[in-house]
Design a protein around this ligand. Structure first.
Ligand code: DGY
Length: 320
């Protein structure tokens, strides 16, 4: 019997073209997250499932899928929605899409750094409101980045690519994380490894690139925000729950930090109402990997993972 391949939400056509010859393909007709019930119904009897970052892959999902399931291919580098241990315990291979979204996400982190420090969202809103303005020596000043320090939390692929861009702007790099980068990367970036506490105290911009895990949940809480300079900015392009959003609203209201650039939120797609009221915050709807080229590459890599496992080969990018 041909394997049943389930895709929980439409993905780019080249990926579907790769999957189609590999089995009986079912693709959700709805371009929206499936409800838990719909998801569990859809995956019943599947040999392979292509999931998106809003699909929860847990024991209930694996029960619903049943014993035929061999691979869950998440179309994201982040796997906080996938219980990888539960997959492993049942012999289900979990894969993700690292590498192909590195540059697009780093571009967006840089965009947020520039938007927040130069107050560009606020400025654009001013022009759109038709407000009167005139060039003056003091009109709408932001902060320059040359010589400023970027603190990278998690110097993995995306953190490194962001630091590279910041270097090109003349920023100094400090970083923290579970692992120290190679001497080559440290040398290329002129990056100094330090503790989270030191990074928070010394950075002008703190950019978050660590994965969401139980250890990094609310890594940036009220204490962390208090440790930052009042002139500093926080940028988050990883996962919303790495930041305690309520504490962030409090810190911004109190002027404990100068501003923030957020592409991700604690309860996506909801945004804390307090953030919406604050001019010094740039808010984007999780666009890190949102380029046509990147989304096509992500879809293709997920499809390659599925095809490899169904053929009994090692997938290109398993979650280890
Ligand atoms: C990822 O791949 O984890 C990104 O958040 C998707 O944009």
């Amino acid at each position: 019997m041909r394997p049943r391949i389930v895709v929980t939400r439409p993905i780019p056509a080249p990926a579907l073209d790769l999957l189609a010859p590999a089995g009986e393909l079912w693709v959700s007709a709805e371009d929206r997250p499936l409800s838990v019930t719909e998801l569990h119904e859809a995956v019943a009897g599947a040999d392979a499932v292509v999931t998106l970052l809003h699909d929860r892959v847990d024991d209930a999902f694996l029960d619903a899928a049943g014993p035929a399931l061999r691979v869950v291919a998440n179309v994201a580098v982040g796997v906080d929605n996938v219980d990888v241990d539960a997959c492993r315990a049942r012999g289900v291979v979990a894969t993700n899409t690292p590498g192909v979204l590195t540059e697009a996400t780093a571009d967006l982190a840089l965009a947020l750094i520039l938007m927040a420090t130069r107050r560009l969202g606020e400025a654009e809103r001013l022009v759109r409101r038709g407000e009167r303005w005139s060039w003056s020596m003091t009109f709408h000043l932001g902060r320059g980045l040359q010589g400023a320090t970027l603190g990278v939390v998690g110097l993995g692929q995306i953190g490194t690519a962001t630091a590279r861009r910041a270097r090109a702007l003349g920023m100094e790099i400090v970083y923290t994380g579970r692992r120290r980068a190679s001497p080559e990367v440290e040398q290329e970036l002129g990056a100094r490894f330090t503790t989270l506490d030191d990074l928070l105290r010394t950075s002008d911009v703190v950019s978050l690139h660590c994965p969401l895990t139980p250890e990094t949940h609310h890594l940036v809480d009220a204490d962390a925000l208090r440790a930052m300079k009042p002139s500093a900015f926080l940028v988050n392009t990883t996962r919303g729950p790495v930041v305690d959003e309520g504490a962030l609203v409090g810190a911004l209201r109190a002027g404990a930090i100068a501003g923030a650039g957020l592409d991700v939120f604690e309860r996506e797609p909801e945004v804390h109402p307090g953030l919406l009221e604050l001019e010094q915050v740039v808010l984007l709807p999780h666009l890190g990997s949102a380029t046509i080229e990147t989304r096509e590459a992500m879809g293709l890599l997920a499809a390659e993972n599925v095809v490899a496992v169904l053929r009994g080969h090692a997938p290109p990018t398993p979650v280890t």
